[in-house]
Design a protein around this ligand. Structure first.
Ligand code: CTP
Ligand code: CA
Length: 225
């Protein structure tokens, strides 16, 4: 068991984890997407299951093998992810939003493949906002005492941006990591600072994504009491 804890400290708990990255379709063959591999979210799901939790993993386009002992819900878009997360959150003790949710989606979906026109420049792609699932879950708190955790990848002013984002989202914990060309995406390892709404700051040194997952569950378990 993680960190030498005596028993499965998440036994009897239901936790929801979102993982991967949403894809927002332009037409039947194209989408707007992002580089999230899903590995951190899958590590969170596996770790929670190992610590005794019932786990619902809402997975967006991760292309990873299904973890054993986890209820898996596959989704494609942000709107689908919202629906699956809100449904599972209704009786959850904790919700961890590790998925990279697209902020925008194409305003129009072309039901047929978009074609080039001879001698014409392409039309610009109009976008609309997607719902903010984390902010919605945090505002709703489907169950009293539910612990809500967000993730943030930042490239600049990591801690200041993280603090502001934590407040804006209204979540209990925000896992902030610095990203760049060669950092985090697709890698097996991660390095982060977990900010608490109570002002706490927990630094997690560079290491396997499973170790960061265990720290997140330690902090969640402490808040569940
Ligand atoms: N998130 C979400 N719904 C969205 C966008 C983000 O639930 N439409 C969640 C992510 O799953 C993550 C957290 O919010 O847990 C932070 O995501 P991030 O993209 O860093 O936050 P944004 O508010 O979208 O800020 P930014 O403009 O920096 O992208
Ligand atoms: Ca975003």
């Amino acid at each position: 068991l993680a960190r030498g804890v005596a028993g499965p400290d998440l036994a009897g708990r239901h936790v929801v984890v979102s993982a991967g990255g949403t894809r927002e379709p332009l037409d039947p063959v194209r989408f707007l997407g992002n580089r999230s591999s899903g590995k951190q979210g899958y590590a969170l799901a596996r770790t929670a299951a190992a610590r005794g939790a019932r786990v619902t993993l809402v997975s967006a386009n991760a292309g990873l093998p299904d973890p054993a002992g986890v209820d898996l819900v596959h989704v494609g878009t942000a709107v689908q992810l919202r629906e699956a997360v809100l449904k599972a959150a209704a009786d959850a003790d904790a919700v961890v939003m590790a998925a990279a949710v697209a902020d925008f989606r194409p305003a129009v979906y072309a039901s047929g493949k978009i074609k080039k026109k001879d001698g014409q420049e392409p039309e610009p792609v109009a976008l609309v906002r997607n719902p903010d699932v984390l902010a919605e879950v945090a505002a709703e708190r489907a169950r009293p005492g539910q612990v809500v955790v967000g993730f943030a990848a930042e490239t600049d002013d990591v801690l200041a941006n993280g603090r502001a984002k934590l407040a804006r989202k209204g979540c209990d914990l925000l896992v902030v990591n610095e990203v760049g060309e060669r950092r985090t995406f697709g890698s097996e390892e991660n390095e982060a600072v977990v900010l608490g709404a109570d002002g706490t700051e927990t630094a997690v040194p560079h290491g396997p994504k499973g170790a960061l997952a265990d720290t997140v569950w330690d902090l969640v378990a402490a808040r569940l009491g």
